[in-house]
Design a binder for this molecule. Sequence first.
Ligand SMILES: C[S@@+](CC[C@H](N)C(=O)[O-])C[C@H]1O[C@@H](n2cnc3c(N)ncnc32)[C@H](O)[C@@H]1O
Length: 228
Amino acid sequence: MKQKISKRLEMVAQFVPQDARLVDVGSDHAYLPLFLVERGVISYAIAGEVVQGPYQSALQNVQNSDHKDCIEVRLANGLAAFEEVDQMTTITIAGMGGRLIADILEAGKDKLNQIERLILQPNNREDDVRVWLEKHGFKLVAENMIEEHGKFYEILVAEPGSQTLTAMERRFGPYLLQKVSPVFQKKWELEIDKLQHALDQIPTEHEVERNHIEEKIQHIKEVLDVSK
Ligand SMILES: C[S@@+](CC[C@H](N)C(=O)[O-])C[C@H]1O[C@@H](n2cnc3c(N)ncnc32)[C@H](O)[C@@H]1O
């Protein structure tokens, strides 16, 4: 039976180039590598996992599949899952906080010379990931956003190159801003509601704090107005 994966992981998979040599960092269950190998997109992947439980599930899933020769499951922290000799071309890091993704990239940055594409799906703090990419010789080449089970997920695709982002682009995403999709609209309208709720709790005398939130709300409104 073919591996089924979430809409979120399917969106990540869509950005993996044909015949990529993929490292999936944080590969709980090895779902993504299995999905891509079964569909003939890739023929080799390393599934890296730092925690024993998820590592064992990934190992078991690969061993129970017909793709033992195509996927190596390695117990490793971040980019320690591969070496230059593995000749990997693409890295996916999905389902973690943006800060953790940036920390993983930072800790393993010496290994990124041979990497042609990073596909990152932070669960939050997407701006931290964009800032890291901008500072370390990667440019965004695509972005996407989906909603699944009431949660919003951004997918950031980067390749070697340089790029300077504005503060608004770092927060909202340069590609996501270009085409304000209904999902984007919904995510940021809900964010306005949350910020407004937070603002309502802050006493009027806490001016600095209130101004900070009001400014955030104003920026979102400016962005959403573009689509009207
Ligand atoms: C929430 S799961 C997401 C799994 C899968 N990538 C996905 O998107 O569905 C995050 C996984 O990343 C693993 N992880 C966290 N930090 C890691 C690191 N530094 N190196 C490797 N794996 C890590 C966790 O153990 C966990 O299994």
